[in-house]
Ligand binder design. Structure first.
Ligand code: ATP
Ligand code: MG
Length: 461
């Protein structure tokens, strides 16, 4: 049963959005700053030229032979000409009385008092103009004369330049935003990278892999990994406890069962009445079942424990199988079974000999157990680099047509077991041993349709 996890958003998406909105904000700020800086610069340069124009007119005016001569130099307006169709206006006043130029041009009054030039932005002839007004004092027949010059210019050129600069700023801003967006996505991806790596390192593990997580993680993730490791440790302790308990329980059950079985056998010899004999036989069968189950549970607990901490030593598989076959020869002979072992090739593998022996014994036990009297069981060892394949053929009923794949599950027994003692753990043990060694268990029926063919493969070392 797995609890359904509810995800509340995604860190990567949240981070990406945050970084993207920051980048957008910075882009807008950049465009705004560039635009206002450019505007300031353009205004400044227009003011400077207007001022130079005013100064050149004021400088060119003079008192000659008792008369005020105002000579507007050519350069005064030529310096204001630019590529755009900006218009230039001027106005000259003598003692606040209009002298020449555009008499309707606005006339800032305060210039008289300050003496310093006045820069102003005005509306003239429905257009925005920039205007500079400055004055100069001259003496005419010992009377002070104030000459005031205003030069103004429309701002079309400046607006055009500004528009150009704004367009460029937008273009650069767009580029800046695009680069920032890519970098933001990259950063978000790399920020969640350690989380993804941790998740995949944990999910890649086998179901029995309870080693603590030792992958390098960023400081922020250390508490998470610490709690995960503490949880794994607690789980490991509780698993070991239950395995120990099974082993202990199986052991404690088996011994008294053996005694009870011996007593039942003795009683069976003495009893003559058919129905009593039948119930005693039933009792012996039940004891055999329980005893087998206890033994298999003990073996399975041991296998589970050892596959968790797999010992890796060099094993001569051919010799190991040979020994197991020899041990079970006596059992095969009880059923007049011809047990043969073909070892064609030497095969060295690396793994836990006790586990492999257990798997081989269970497969051989099945082949003998599910074979009829007076039949053949053959064991074959074949090298198919990089694998070594060990197969067991018998002439029994074979696996049932349906549900054979599920027989490697714990306590699963087939429909073909009629009266044969067993607990449904043999194939489970063999399968777990094969997988712990990086190998595989295959169950099938012989090609000629008679009997089963079970093969277990291990990688060669
Ligand atoms: N050689 C075989 N021929 C036919 N059926 C088999 C063979 N080996 C296994 N089976 C089927 O697969 C089932 C599972 O086998 P498994 O060895 O796991 O359990 P078991 O033999 O019933 O009990 P035990 O735990 O005592 O070995 C068996 O009950 C049987 O139906
Ligand atoms: Mg079995």
């Amino acid at each position: 049963m797995s609890a359904e996890l509810k995800a509340t958003g995604s860190i990567r998406r949240r981070l990406s959005l945050q970084l993207l909105s920051n980048a957008a904000l910075l882009t807008l700020l950049l465009v705004f700053i560039v635009r206002s800086f450019a505007q300031q610069l353009a205004e400044q340069s227009q003011d400077n030229i207007l001022m130079a124009s005013v100064t050149s007119i004021l400088d060119a005016s003079a008192i000659q032979q008792g008369e005020l001569i105002v000579d507007i130099p050519y350069s005064a307006f030529s310096m204001l000409s630019n590529l755009s169709d900006d218009r230039v206006f001027y106005r000259i006043d003598k003692n606040s009385v209009f002298l020449t130029g555009y008499d309707d041009l606005p006339n800032p009054a305060s210039v008289k008092n300050t003496g310093s030039p006045i820069f102003s932005t005005e509306i003239y002839q429905d257009r925005e103009i920039r205007m500079v007004t400055a004055s100069r004092r001259l003496a005419l027949e010992n009377q002070p004369v104030e000459l005031r010059v205003s030069v103004a210019q429309t701002r079309n050129g400046q607006d055009q330049t500004l528009e150009e600069i704004s367009r460029m700023a937008m273009l650069f801003g767009g580029g800046f935003f695009a680069i920032s967006a890519v970098l933001a996505l990259f950063s978000a991806q790399s920020t969640v990278g350690p989380l993804r790596r941790l998740a995949s390192a944990v999910s890649r593990r086998g179901p029995r892999d309870l080693r603590p997580v030792t992958d390098r993680v960023p400081a922020e993730m250390v508490p998470l990994v610490k709690s995960l490791n503490q949880f794994i440790e607690r789980l490991k302790i509780s698993l070991t406890r239950s395995e120990d308990f099974i082993a202990e329980a199986a052991h404690r059950v088996r011994t008294p069962l053996a005694t009870v079985r011996a007593q039942a056998e003795i009683t069976l010899r003495r009893v003559e009445k058919d129905e009593n004999r039948a119930s005693l036989k039933e009792m012996i069968r039940a004891i055999d079942d329980s005893s087998r189950a206890a033994g298999q549970l003990l073996d399975h607990a041991m296998v589970t424990f050892r596959t968790d901490h797999l010992e890796q030593s060099q094993i001569d598989l051919a010799a190991l199988v040979g020994e197991t076959v020899d041990r079970l020869k006596a059992v095969a002979e009880l059923k007049d079974i011809d047990l043969t072992y073909n070892e064609n090739d030497p095969a060295k593998i690396s793994g836990d000999a006790i586990l492999i022996q257990n798997a081989v014994r269970n497969l051989l036990d099945n082949a003998i157990k599910y074979s009829p009297m007076d039949s053949r069981v053959s064991v074959e060892l074949v090298r198919q680099t990089p694998w070594v394949i060990l197969s067991f053929h018998d002439q029994g009923l074979g696996f049932p047509q349906t549900g054979a794949a599920g027989l490697t599950k714990r306590f699963a027994r087939g429909s073909n077991v009629a009266g044969i003692v067993g607990s449904g753990l043999g194939l489970t043990i063999a399968d777990e041993v094969a997988r712990a060694h990086g190998g595989d268990l295959k169950i099938a029926n012989n090609a000629d349709g008679v009997g089963a063919c079970v093969s277990i493969s291990f990688p060669l070392s």
